[in-house]
Design a protein around this ligand. Structure first.
Ligand code: SF4
Length: 698
């Protein structure tokens, strides 16, 4: 790294761009002295932003930024000129391809980088000859996308943030938008509640969202299906279903009803650890509303039955006719600022840009006409499947702006699996825990140095514009990826873009849902997918007349409970994880901000007072949390906010590394891991010098 004192002063300017954190997509710009300010944008119409957005320039300005390429020499990183570093990267990956074939390489796309960058990365993988490309949507909403795509034909918000305002009831299942999507909560959900909408919150712990809720169902982690089936059974039992909608727009009601009449609401309530009357109250609020919307998050999706959890949620919407109208639908709130777009543009192993299946010969042909090469027909590996096979049939990785050694479950094992690779190239802003295992690290560009587009949680494509020049010898990610494409593949001309806009134009030709969009059309506003090129506008409410499958009807599904993968010993607690207002995901970005770190303070493990008393733990005590995957040490926060038997920790920090404890059992369909239910022992930490200490760190 270059000594920051040696770097020449960087230039900043104010240009409306998009916050790098959550998928809400607030417009921000440089406000001077290292601060961001919200500017009136398509989503934050009054220029409102949350603490994360306000601190967004701290990451841009961080002294920890990589400013020179690094190559490994005698086991240590040394700086290298760009040409030498690119040569080393291409040589290392090329040798693996020559010896083992292109499927021995895994590409990690980035859900906080632009559509254009992710489009180029997935194209690079496919032109090289593999569909082994995935992004961290795999870790957050892969199950949501799988279930919604299968039943409705589109794996995205059915509705818009704006039309949540028309809902009479909002059922928030497994999400905490007050802290995780603050502007969506304050500017869209809360106003609807203040206007009289009933807010039902399904979450194992009480948090800021719960404070605004009329009904809170603090379910045991891993019992969504029991709870949602009980809600569905109540809807049927109490005649709260929409018979006309069921007749005209669904199939399979008779079969589902047969199963639901056998559901014992009281027994399911007991399994879920909630009061039966609270379930009935929630069902009535949802079923009696003229317009009821579901908002869902990772509490629903991050289970080994995540796809089934979402199927159970979709049943509620279809049973009550709450699809295809404003103020209704099923609406996953996406985590990173471009997790929607990274998937839209093909950063997934089974689909091409625009969610066209790789198995579809027509789709492959359409892409081949543009690229000059037909992509492989077999789906590739998901990112967790790949890390499980590092050193086996996966021999190399190109990791672009992601940090799987921290963000994947069973993370200590994942970190050491990186050492089993023959070659690893990382493109990042920092020497992350993943980069520590790389052979070559290429210093890329932060959000405020980028030009391109991102796609927010309600399918709006928004422009990103540079607010800062690059530090030291860091390069724009788009330029790094196109350089790798020109050098690694035998189609260098396919990566000869003169600017990101050219890649976007190509994307609009190969991804039908983006067809007709343009930078000029987006301007300071947005264009929403699916975009109607003739009408010049996107579709706000999906599935109005027909579902995105092209069918008039969608199937109802019988969903049976699936037990969590981790068995729980009587003296163990269930660890569940999540985010808080002041931080974000792996913390790679947010913990570079002194402001955010100071606001939140040290991370802590929430423990219920009864569980704490049983273990002799007092508020603020150091405790060890352990299972067969790892041990971490952390301060205890004794609070009734978590239910008895459950403990909660964020996953924002390398220490404590919560993902050292989380399990890597996968949903069989979506291959999403079971982050939200891990059996752990919690006990007072030994005195300093006697304890095991935290598991691993950079
Ligand atoms: S709500 Fe999300 S997009 Fe908006 S400022 Fe906060 S973190 Fe950024």
């Amino acid at each position: 790294m270059t000594d920051p004192s040696e770097t020449t002063e960087r230039r900043f300017e104010s240009n409306p761009t998009v916050c790098p954190f959550c998928g809400v997509g607030c417009s921000v710009e440089y406000a001077g002295r290292g601060s961001a300010t919200g500017v009136e944008g398509p989503v934050n119409e009054r220029g409102e932003i949350c603490p994360k957005g306000a601190a967004a320039f701290d990451v841009v300005d961080s002294d920890d930024r990589l400013t020179e390429p690094l190559v490994r020499h005698d086991g240590r990183f040394v700086t290298a000129p760009w040409e030498a570093a690119l040569d080393r990267a291409v040589e290392g990956i090329g040798e693996v391809v020559d010896e083992h074939g292109p499927d021995a390489v895994q590409f990690f796309a980035s859900s906080n980088c632009t559509n254009e960058e992710n489009y180029v990365l997935q194209k690079l993988a496919r032109v090289l000859g593999t569909n082994n490309v995935d992004n961290c949507a795999r870790l957050c909403h892969a199950s949501t996308v799988a279930a919604m795509s299968e039943r409705l034909g589109a794996g995205a918000m059915t509705n818009t943030l704006d039309d949540l305002g028309e809902a009479d009831c909002i059922l928030v299942n497994g999400a905490n938008p007050a802290e995780q999507h603050p502007v969506a909560f304050r500017s869209y959900i809360l106003p609807a509640v203040r206007d009289g909408a009933t807010l039902v919150h399904v979450d194992p712990r009480a948090n800021d969202t719960t404070e605004a809720a009329d009904v809170h169902l603090p379910l045991r982690p891993g019992t969504d299906i029991e709870l949602l089936n009980a809600v569905a059974a109540t809807l049927v039992e109490e005649g709260l279903v929409d018979e006309a909608f069921l007749d005209e727009r669904t199939t399979g009601f008779d079969r589902l009803r047969e199963r639901l009449v056998d559901v014992d609401v009281a027994a399911n309530a007991e399994a879920a650890g909630v009061e039966p009357e609270a379930i009935r109250e929630a069902a009535r609020a949802y079923g009696e509303a003229d317009r009821a919307a579901i908002v869902t998050g990772m509490g629903t999706s991050q289970h080994r039955c995540g796809t089934d959890n979402v199927h159970a949620l979709l049943n509620l919407a279809l049973l009550t006719g709450n699809v295809g109208r404003p103020g209704t639908g099923v609406n996953p709130l996406r985590g990173q600022n471009n997790v929607q777009g990274a998937s839209d543009v093909g950063g997934l192993p089974s689909v091409l840009p625009g969610y066209e299946p790789v198995t579809d010969p027509d789709a492959r042909e359409r892409v081949a006409a543009e690229w000059g090469v037909e992509p492989p027909a077999e789906p590739g590996l998901t990112e967790v499947e790949a890390t499980h096979r590092f050193g086996d049939d996966v021999r190399a990785a190109v990791v672009f702006g992601e940090n799987p050694a921290v963000t994947e479950p069973n993370a200590t094992a994942v970190a050491s699996a990186f050492d089993d690779l023959d070659y690893c190239v990382v493109i990042d802003l920092f020497e992350t825990r993943t980069a520590a295992h790389a052979d070559v690290v290429l210093p890329g560009s932060a959000w405020a140095e980028k030009c391109g587009t991102v796609t927010n949680t309600d399918r709006r494509v928004l422009r990103m514009r540079p607010n800062a020049d690059l530090p030291g010898n860091a390069r724009r990610d788009f330029d790094i990826l196109t350089a790798l494409g020109r050098r690694l593949t035998d189609r260098p001309e396919a990566f000869d873009y003169d600017r990101p806009e050219a890649a976007f134009e190509e994307l609009t030709r190969v991804a039908p849902i983006y067809e007709g969009m343009s930078y000029a059309g987006i301007g300071d506003g947005y264009q929403r997918w699916p975009f109607d090129a003739d009408a010049g506008r996107g579709t706000e409410v999906l599935h109005a007349e027909t579902f995105a499958t092209g069918e008039r009807t969608a199937p109802l599904a019988v969903v049976d409970p699936v037990p969590p993968a981790d068995d729980l010993d009587p003296d163990e607690l269930v660890l569940t994880t999540g985010r808080v207002l002041q931080h974000f995901n792996s913390g790679a970005l947010s913990r570079r901000s002194d402001r955010l770190v100071a606001m939140r303070g040290e991370d802590a493990l929430q423990v219920h007072p009864s569980d704490a008393a049983e273990r002799g733990i007092e508020d603020g005590d150091r405790v060890t949390v352990s299972n067969e995957r790892g041990t971490v040490e952390v301060a205890a926060e004794v609070t009734p906010a978590v239910r008895e038997g459950v403990t909660f920790c964020t996953f924002h920090y390398p220490e404590p590394l919560a993902n050292a404890l989380t399990g890597d059992a996968l949903d069989p369909e979506a291959k999403i891991p079971e982050f939200k239910h891990s059996a752990v022992a919690v006990e007072p930490a030994a005195e300093a010098g006697e304890g095991s200490g935290a598991t691993g760190d950079d």
